[in-house]
Ligand binder design. Structure first.
Ligand code: PBG
Length: 329
């Protein structure tokens, strides 16, 4: 009978030991909580395909954000749902749109929270695309840049700390950086959704943001899911244009890209655990098929382990509460 020489199990004998030798650790201050804001007061409108997620009016959003701060969440990411949409997405440029109103309200409260705003036109255009649509029905890159830069400026004027372009037009990081610098916002950082893939995992979000394309799809601007090398190229270009942080999105089906980006670049790396990744867990948990909490921690842990510094997740506040040792959720 020969016994093993090496016994890795020795260090797995107790939770105390496992904690001592754990190679990676999720922390609340590295979580970014996405929130949906619309106009009004006292509005809490549930999103059916995303259990636990609501569209909120600015007053309610501030209340939710305060709870997130208490739980230790480091940042929130705001998406706006305007009252009216048009072909040019002009609602995106208004200083009185839901996002600028919410940012001002948050900043007045001086919450210790980094406020990030999503810069994209799909929530604001009646056709639901992320840029300007030509008469031929194509999404036009260059005419979209000016509008995206103006949207980023409206967010910066309201007090956003970081702006996060998610439209995937070429050159938008450079255009936004130039506009911010020219208008005295040199300290507003750009978190670029640099490697954003055209993904079936976004479907529930489009319910939440009311941003489903009315014709066609987003494959002419978002990346082809078969391409990992191209993702690195997209990231490099955005860094060259002045991005301060870069994102890979979605996270779970693209952990190889997260790892490759971590190894290739030194900029802070963000991964977005998107709506579909959340909804599949919630749906299975509702049926009693899985251990919800276990799955959530394992999923977020895998994104962290793959190399993401920051993780966007709809579970941010809840997970932050768990990490603080709050009662089982
Ligand atoms: C576009 C945008 C999308 C998401 C974030 N920003 C959707 C899309 O490209 O259609 C998806 C986020 C998610 O699924 O959680 N503004």
């Amino acid at each position: 009978m020969s016994f093993p020489t090496h016994r890795p199990r020795r260090l797995r004998r107790s939770a105390l030991m496992r904690n001592l030798v754990a190679e990676s650790r999720l922390t609340a201050e590295r979580l970014i909580w996405p929130l949906f804001v619309r106009s009004g007061r006292d509005v809490v409108k549930p999103v059916p395909s995303m259990p636990g997620v609501n569209q909120l009016s600015p007053d309610r959003l501030v209340a939710e954000a305060s709870r997130a701060v208490e739980a230790g969440v480091g940042a929130i990411l705001l998406f706006g749902i305007p009252d009216r949409k048009d072909a040019r997405g002009s609602g995106a440029l208004s200083d009185d749109g839901p996002v600028p109103v919410a940012v001002r309200a948050l900043k007045e409260r001086k919450l210790p929270l980094v406020v990030i705003t999503d810069v994209c036109l799909c929530e604001y255009t009646d056709h639901g695309h992320c840029g300007m649509v030509t008469t031929a029905g194509e999404v036009d890159n260059d005419s979209s840049l000016e509008i995206l830069a103006a949207q980023a400026l409206a967010h910066a004027r309201a007090g956003a700390d970081w702006v996060a372009p998610s439209d995937m037009m070429d050159g938008r990081v450079g255009a936004i950086r130039k506009a911010l610098d020219a208008n005295g916002f040199k300290d507003v950082a750009i978190l670029s959704y640099a490697a954003k893939f055209a993904s079936a995992f976004y479907a529930p979000f489009r319910d939440a943001a009311e941003s489903k394309p009315q014709f066609g799809d987003r494959r002419s601007y978002q990346m082809d899911s078969r391409n990992a090398r191209e993702a690195l190229r997209e990231i490099r270009l955005d860094l060259e244009e002045g991005a301060d942080l870069v994102m890979v999105k979605p996270a779970l089906a693209y952990l190889d890209v997260v790892r490759a980006a971590r190894e290739a670049f030194d900029a802070p790396l963000v991964a977005y655990n998107v709506s579909g990744e959340m909804s599949i867990v919630e749906a299975a948990a509702e049926r009693g098929w899985v251990d919800r909490r276990g799955m959530i921690l394992e999923i977020l842990g895998s994104i962290h382990r793959a190399g993401a510094d920051l993780i966007c997740t709809y579970w941010a506040r809840e997970v932050a509460e768990w990490l603080r040792g709050a009662p089982r959720g």
